[in-house]
Design a protein around this ligand. Structure first.
Ligand SMILES: Nc1nc2c(ncn2[C@@H]2O[C@H](COP(=O)(O)OP(=O)(O)OP(=O)(O)O)[C@@H](O)[C@H]2O)c(=O)[nH]1
Ligand SMILES: [Mg+2]
Length: 307
């Protein structure tokens, strides 16, 4: 469903008792409320939850609806796609997560070394909890059951495939690909539960919505490509991104966003009939380039006390 008010991403959201909202942009359709219920139901049967977030939006790609529940369980926050995140931002958020006391790790899930480190950390969290609850007769747990949760498109199924070393779960470069929970047995010592991506039922601000649209947690057809594309060009312009400049052969970054759009339309042949610029194609192109990391690295939002 397209947002009826394209200048506003967030609407006042009314929650029903089941947690299903009634707002104009429906990024929280019925199946997400069901997915949240099913996550809560399965918590008892797993040793630890791996909460996958996007390293480019370390806090804003969490889900406040599950926060309270997850705090009562062993949980490791995986900040995935760290290869696309700005190292300065990663450093600031690392300090914040440490201070906050949450277990976390920044990873690029295609990096075998990082995945090994992540699994060792997950095992140590489970063992630590067992030790605390049973100090006298503690034994490490050999067969682990993990549940992978997180916002759509954060890389949950890809992480499972990397651990399995095969295409055990279906993946795609778009949100909402996994629709049902699926157990994947890696070997006798490791079982993973893949779950459908779930969005929080409301967002903090319009900017928060733009971050999640940019990283493609929110499908493009819900809000359109124009606002996220404008946001991204402004963001990288402000940071004097040399990737932005080089990618689109810009003479200077001291141009208006509209002038940059027109320039891209010209050099990339995005033209409609009668020679008019096809801006819709330009917006799509910018989003695609950004998602591949071709406009530069980024980190959206600062830790709370630094705002
Ligand atoms: N650059 C980069 N891309 C990644 C990484 N992890 C996953 N991806 C890509 O992100 C896209 C989404 O991956 P999925 O594993 O399908 O994401 P998901 O969280 O399972 O998505 P849903 O099932 O829709 O909730 C795919 O195109 C992956 O190749 C990563 O660490 N770095
Ligand atoms: Mg998936």
């Amino acid at each position: 469903m397209r947002n009826k008010n394209p200048n506003k991403l967030t609407e006042d959201i009314e929650l029903t008792p089941e947690g299903v909202e009634k707002n104009e942009i429906n990024w929280f359709p019925g199946h997400m409320a069901r997915a949240i219920r099913e996550i809560k139901e399965k918590l008892k049967s797993v040793d630890i939850v791996l909460e996958v977030r996007d390293a480019r939006v370390p806090r804003g790609s969490g889900n406040f609806v599950l926060e309270e529940t997850l705090r009562q369980k062993s949980r490791l926050i995986l900040l995935n796609k760290a290869n696309l995140a700005d190292p300065k931002g990663v450093h600031l958020w690392t300090e914040w997560f440490k201070k906050n006391g949450d277990s976390f790790i920044f990873i690029d899930c295609f990096d075998k070394g990082a995945m090994k480190k992540m699994m060792a950390l997950a095992r140590s969290i489970v063992d630590q909890k067992r030790k605390e609850s049973n100090p006298d007769s503690y034994t490490p747990k050999s067969n682990l059951k993990l549940m992978i949760i997180g916002l759509p498109n954060t890389g949950k199924s890809t992480i499972i495939n990397q651990l399995a070393n095969r295409a055990a779960a279906r993946t795609a470069d778009r949100p909402g690909h996994t629709q049902v929970q699926q157990w994947i047995v890696i070997d006798k010592d490791l079982e993973l539960l893949d779950t459908p991506g779930v969005m929080p039922p409301s967002l903090e601000s319009d900017e928060h919505g733009l971050w999640l649209s940019a990283i493609h947690a929110i499908p493009d057809d819900l809000v359109g490509e124009e606002m996220p594309a404008k946001f991204l060009v402004d963001y990288f312009k402000e940071r004097k991104s040399k990737e932005l400049k080089e990618r689109y052969k810009l003479e200077s970054l001291d141009l208006s966003t509209e002038a940059i759009f027109l320039h891209i339309a010209k050099i990339r042949g995005c033209v409609k009939q009668k020679g008019l610029p096809d801006l819709e194609r330009v917006y799509k192109l910018i989003l695609n380039d950004f998602r591949k990391g071709d406009l530069g690295k980024c980190c959206f939002g600062l830790p709370p006390e630094m705002k």
